[in-house]
Design a protein around this ligand. Structure first.
Ligand SMILES: C[S@@+](CC[C@H](N)C(=O)[O-])C[C@H]1O[C@@H](n2cnc3c(N)ncnc32)[C@H](O)[C@@H]1O
Length: 269
C-alpha cells in the first residue's frame, strides 16, 4: 500500500515538475516534505492536502514561486568550475581582436549572483570600457535573485575571488557591516537581473546572444526537459556562440544541435 506521505510527495513532485521542470527523485522525499512542511506551517496550514489545494487554487501563482524557492538548491560560489571563465576571457579577447564591440551574455541559473559577478569581472578585465557589453542574469527563485541584486557577500563567500580582483571590484563595508563585501557599480552596471523559468518556452529574451551559462541546473531536469532547454538556447545564440554547462552535465545522449568544443563547452556552429 502507498503511504500517505508518498501520495503527498507524488502530488508535490508532479506540481513541481509541471511548474519548473525540476524532477524530484524518490531520495528527495524526506528533504522536500520537511522543507515544504516548514513553509506550509508558516502559512498557517496544518495539513499537506490543504496546502496543496491552496497551491493549485492560487491564481496569482505567488505561492508556487514560494514553493519553488524552498525546494530549489541554490549552492554556488565565485569562480565555480573556473576553467569556464578562462574560456570566456579567451573568447572575449578573440572577438574583440576580430573587431566585435557588442557582447551579450545570459547567465541562466544565476542563483545568488556569484556566477554573474564572476562573469562580469572577466568582462571588465578583458573588454574595452567603450564596448557595448551586457549580461542578463536570471533564476526561477525570487529569494536568490534579491540577494544577487544586492550583491553583498560575507568574507567567507569571497574567499575564492583572487585578492587583486576583490579589491578592484568590491567595496568592503565598515561599521556594523564589517566583514561584508559589496560588488561595485562597475560590475552591477553590466548586469540586469530578472526571474525566468527555464521550463517555460519560448524564452522571452532578445537574441542573438554570444554566450550562455547554464550550469548546474539541468541536473534537476529530465532528458525531455533538457533537450527542450537546449533547443531554445540554441535558437537564441548567434552562429559561433557558446554554451557552458556544469562539469557534471554532458549533453551526450541528448537531442541537440550543439557541437562539443571540450567537456562542458559547446558551440552553435
Ligand atoms: C545549484 S544552483 C547553480 C547556480 C550556478 N549556475 C552555479 O553553477 O553555481 C541551481 C539554480 O537553478 C535554479 N533553477 C532551478 N530550476 C530552475 C528553472 N526551472 N528555471 C530557472 N532556474 C532554475 C535554482 O533556483 C538555483 O538557483
Amino acid at each position: 500500500m502507498v503511504s500517505m506521505e508518498k501520495k503527498i510527495f507524488d502530488k508535490l513532485r508532479k506540481l513541481v515538475y509541471d511548474k519548473s521542470g525540476i524532477s524530484l527523485g524518490d531520495h528527495k522525499e524526506a528533504l522536500v516534505t520537511a522543507r515544504v512542511g516548514k513553509r506550509m506551517r508558516s502559512m498557517g496550514f496544518e495539513d499537506y492536502e490543504d496546502y496543496l489545494d491552496h497551491l493549485v487554487a492560487d491564481q496569482s501563482g505567488q505561492e508556487v514561486v514560494q514553493l519553488l524557492d524552498v525546494i530549489s538548491t541554490n549552492v554556488t560560489h565565485f569562480f565555480r568550475e573556473a576553467q569556464h571563465f578562462d574560456v570566456l576571457a579567451d573568447l572575449l579577447r578573440q572577438w574583440s581582436d576580430e573587431g566585435r564591440s557588442r557582447f551579450r551574455i545570459w547567465c541562466a541559473a544565476a542563483s545568488s549572483g556569484e556566477e554573474p559577478y564572476t562573469i562580469a569581472m572577466m568582462m571588465r578585465e578583458v573588454l574595452d570600457n567603450s564596448a557595448d557589453a551586457k549580461m542578463l542574469a536570471t533564476d526561477i527563485s525570487t529569494r536568490v535573485l534579491e540577494k544577487a541584486q544586492a550583491g553583498v557577500y560575507e568574507d567567507r563567500h569571497v574567499e575564492k575571488i583572487p585578492e587583486k580582483l576583490l579589491r578592484k571590484y568590491f567595496d568592503k563595508r565598515g561599521g556594523d557591516n564589517k566583514g561584508l563585501w559589496e560588488a561595485r557599480q562597475s560590475l552591477k552596471q553590466l548586469i540586469k537581473f530578472g526571474r525566468l523559468n527555464l521550463s517555460e518556452f519560448p524564452y522571452k529574451l532578445k537574441g542573438p546572444l554570444d554566450v550562455i551559462f547554464c550550469r548546474n541546473v539541468m541536473i534537476y531536469f529530465d532528458n525531455d526537459m533538457r533537450s527542450r532547454v537546449l533547443a531554445n538556447m540554441y535558437k537564441l545564440l548567434r552562429p559561433g556562440g557558446y554554451l557552458m554547462v556544469g562539469h557534471a552535465e554532458s549533453l551526450t545522449g541528448l537531442v541537440s544541435e550543439f557541437k562539443s568544443v571540450r567537456p562542458s563547452v559547446y558551440i552553435k556552429s
